[in-house]
Design a binder for this molecule. Structure first.
Ligand SMILES: [Zn+2]
Length: 220
């Protein structure tokens, strides 16, 4: 836990303004598997296995991130493979239209960014991924919860007593922190690049920073 408090700083997902989202269509994106084909991808919004019960992405959707982000995922994967584990991506770049749909379906402010209130999602800037661990043969391993589990089990800091789950989560967090990602307080699977400010318009960063201050002063 000492490691986490020192290096694994929590960041909120909702940091991009919805109005700026129109600019996101021009951001450069690469296919994660084109950079590292060993990384498993199971886009949960591309099929029915998500909380909405149906596909939100068109068939053939690939896991995209900004070009600067993919090598970091490759670094996390290399770290994990040393321990006989691997990375699996549940979500990467998420178009703003899908973010809006998620919000309409959930209205969970702690989990999904509310487009009507201004903020968008780091996913829509290509600088966040949702990721979990698999074993060396790409089998699922026990983690605190499933994807998009809107309960306390989804918290960054594991509350349960299963030492295997605790070990898996810590390994994933070590891999991602070491590769330059931040975690998120309410979703253990969500990771944003630590230097996210670099990839957002200056005006947006300023507003986000103000939002952070308010958010964390009131919630921590
Ligand atoms: Zn996420």
């Amino acid at each position: 836990m000492k490691f986490l408090s020192a290096r694994f700083i929590v960041v909120a997902t909702a940091i991009a303004t919805w109005q700026s989202a129109t600019a996101q269509t021009t951001i450069p994106l690469v296919d994660i598997r084109a950079v590292d084909p060993t990384i498993a991808v199971e886009l949960r919004y591309a099929g029915a296995n998500n909380f909405s019960g149906h596909a939100l992405y068109p068939p053939g959707t690939t896991a995209l991130v900004r070009p600067e982000v993919a090598p970091r995922l490759a670094a996390a994967q290399a770290f994990l493979r040393r321990y006989q584990y691997q990375l699996k991506i549940w979500d990467a770049y998420r178009p703003t239209s899908v973010q809006l749909r998620l919000w309409q379906l959930t209205h969970k402010t702690d989990y999904i960014a509310d487009p009507g209130a201004g903020p968008g999602s780091m996913h829509s800037w290509g600088i966040a991924v949702d990721a979990t661990l698999t074993d060396a043969l790409n089998n699922a391993v026990n983690m605190p919860s499933d994807f998009d589990d809107f309960t306390p089990a989804a918290m960054l800091h594991y509350q349960g007593i299963d030492p295997a789950v605790r070990a898996h989560l810590h390994l994933l967090q070590r891999a991602m922190a070491g590769a330059g990602f931040l975690g998120q307080r309410t979703e253990w699977w969500h990771f944003t690049v630590a230097d996210w400010q670099k990839y957002l318009p200056k005006k947006t960063v300023k507003r986000v920073a103000q939002g952070f201050e308010t958010r964390w002063q009131s919630k921590l």
